[in-house]
Design a protein around this ligand. Structure first.
Ligand code: GLY
Ligand code: MN
Ligand code: MN
Length: 433
C-alpha cells in the first residue's frame, strides 16, 4: 500500500543521528529482492536500519545522509513494471512522501556517490554484507582519494554505522513502544487462540498455519521469525522448524511464534498440553520453570546490570534442577562448570525491537551495560531433557519447555508487554476444556 506521508519521527531520527556523530556521512543500502526460483522472489522486507531512518519499504534503494542533506536513490516510476509488480513511489515520492532533500534514480548512484562522500572524513557503512554493495562504496571512496591528490587532506575512514544507529535503536521512543505493544498484543492473542485450537490428532503444521493466520488477520504484516511449533520431544530442539509431526495426547506443545507490526516484532513462547491437562511430571517441571521466569522478570528495574538477568535465571534454575533430582552436587560447582547447560543450554534474554534479536551493545567497555528506561528484551528461561539423556529421571524424558515474555524497562521498574498470553497452568487448562 502506498503511503501518503511518513510520520515526522523518521526525520527526527535522522536529525538525532547527525547530531550524535561529528560530521560523518551514512551510506545505507536497502535490501535487494532475492530470487527463490526463476521469477519467484522471497517476500521482501526492508533492511531495518534503512527503514528506521526513512520509513521507505521498496527494494533496490540506497540512502545517503550527509551533514547537510538526506539523499535517496530509488527505483524510477515505470508503468510497465508497475503493472507487473505494483506501484512505486519514484523520484517524486521519495521527496514528497519521505522528505528526501534530493532523490535520484538508483542507476545514478555510482556517479553521484563520490561527491556525496567528499563532504566527510568518515563514511559510516557496514562492510561484508553484500560484495556488490561493498564495491560501489569502495570505488566511490577510491575516487574521493584520487581527487584529494596532494591537497594534504587525510584519507577517509570507514566505520560501522551500528555504533550510532544501534545505540539509538536500543532505546525505544513512545512511538516505537506503541508499535511494539501492538505486535505484542496481537501475538499474545494468537498464542492464546492456539491453546484452544491445538488438540490431539492435528499436525504441528495445522497449528503453524493457524498461528500465522491469527497474526496476519489481526494486523501483522508478517511473522517476526519462523514460527516454532514443536510437539513432544521436538521441543527439545531449540530452533525446531520442521513443524510437520502429528500432535499426541499426553504431550506438550511448545509454540515460539510472534508477529511483526509496522517493522516491530514481538517474541513469545508458551508451552501447554496438547490434550486437556499437564501430566504430573510435566506440571512439576512447568511450575518450577514458571516460578523462575516470574522471579526473573520481577528483578527488572533501571540500574541493574543486563547480565544479572541470566545470572538470576541460572541460579534459580540450578536450585530447581537440584530439588527436582535432575542434577546432584554442589550448586556453586554446577554454576561455575556450566553443568546447568545440560538442561538450560541457551541465554535468558536478548534485546528486541525491529529485529527479533535486536541491535545494541550488551557490553560497554568490557562491562555489562545497565538497564535503562526504554530498553525492551525477552525473558525466556527453558528446561530441556534431551531424548538421548538416559541418566535424567525417566519421568522427565523428552520434555522441552520455554516460557518467553517481552519486557519494557520503565522509569520505576518494568512493563510486561506480553502478559495477555496465558502462562498460569490453571488458566491454560481452563482454555482446553
Ligand atoms: N524466537 C527466537 C528466540 O526466542 O530467540
Ligand atoms: Mn527470544
Ligand atoms: Mn522466541
Amino acid at each position: 500500500m502506498i503511503k501518503a506521508k511518513v510520520p515526522s519521527y523518521f526525520k527526527t531520527r535522522r536529525n538525532d543521528l547527525m547530531a550524535k556523530n561529528k560530521g560523518g556521512v551514512f551510506v545505507l543500502p536497502g535490501n535487494h529482492h532475492v530470487f527463490r526460483n526463476p521469477d519467484v522472489e522471497y517476500p521482501f522486507r526492508q533492511e531495518s536500519n534503512a527503514y528506521y531512518l526513512t520509513g521507505y519499504d521498496e527494494a533496490e534503494s540506497w540512502i545517503v545522509i550527509t551533514p547537510s542533506k538526506f539523499v535517496m536513490f530509488v527505483r524510477e516510476k515505470n508503468a510497465e513494471r508497475e503493472m507487473w509488480e505494483g506501484q512505486r513511489y519514484g523520484i517524486d515520492g521519495a521527496k514528497s512522501v519521505f522528505g528526501a532533500d534530493e532523490a535520484y534514480p538508483v542507476s545514478e548512484l555510482k556517479n553521484k556517490l563520490p561527491e556525496l562522500l567528499k563532504s566527510s572524513d568518515t563514511v559510516f557503512y557496514r562492510t561484508g554484507m553484500n560484495s556488490n554493495n561493498d564495491s560501489v562504496v569502495l570505488e566511490a571512496m577510491e575516487k574521493v582519494r584520487i581527487s584529494l591528490g596532494r591537497s594534504g587532506k587525510s584519507l577517509q575512514n570507514i566505520e560501522d554505522p551500528g555504533r550510532f544507529i544501534g545505540e539509538m535503536r536500543i532505546f525505544k521512543t513512545a512511538e516505537e513502544v506503541e508499535l511494539l505493544k501492538k505486535a505484542c498484543s496481537i501475538s499474545a492473542h494468537a498464542q492464546k487462540a492456539a491453546m484452544s485450537f491445538a488438540k490431539p490428532g492435528l499436525n504441528e503444521r495445522d497449528v503453524a498455519a493457524y498461528v500465522d493466520y491469527e497474526l496476519l488477520r489481526n494486523g501483522c504484516e508478517r511473522v517476526g521469525y519462523g514460527s516454532i511449533i514443536a510437539g513432544g520431544k521436538n521441543a527439545t530442539c531449540l530452533h525446531y522448524r520442521e513443524n510437520n509431526e502429528p500432535l499426541k495426547d499426553g504431550d506438550l506443545l511448545l509454540i515460539d511464534a510472534a508477529g511483526e507490526y509496522d517493522y516491530y516484532t514481538s517474541d513469545i513462547t508458551r508451552t501447554f498440553p496438547i490434550g486437556r491437562e499437564f501430566t504430573k511430571p510435566q506440571a512439576k517441571l512447568y511450575d518450577a520453570l514458571l516460578k523462575v521466569q516470574k522471579e526473573t522478570i520481577a528483578i527488572i528495574k533501571p540500574g541493574i546490570a543486563y547480565k544479572s538477568i541470566h545470572e538470576f535465571s541460572v541460579n534459580a534454575l540450578t536450585d530447581a534442577f537440584l530439588s527436582l533430582g535432575l542434577l546432584k552436587g554442589s550448586k556453586k560447582e554446577i554454576v561455575e562448570k556450566l553443568e546447568f547447560k545440560r538442561f538450560f543450554p541457551h541465554g535468558t534474554s536478548h534485546l528486541l525491537g525491529m529485529d527479533v534479536h535486536d541491535v545494541g551493545l550488551y557490553m560497554i567497555n568490557g562491562e555489562s551495560r545497565k538497564l535503562e528506561a526504554g530498553m525492551v528484551f525477552t525473558i525466556e528461561p527453558g528446561i530441556y531433557i534431551q531424548p538421548g539423556d538416559d541418566t535424567a529421571p525417566s519421568e522427565y524424558k523428552n520434555l522441552g519447555m520455554r516460557i518467553e515474555d517481552d519486557i519494557l524497562v520503565t522509569k520505576t521498574g518494568y512493563e510486561n508487554l506480553t502478559q495477555e498470553a496465558p502462562k498460569e497452568r490453571e488458566e491454560i487448562e481452563s482454555l482446553k476444556k
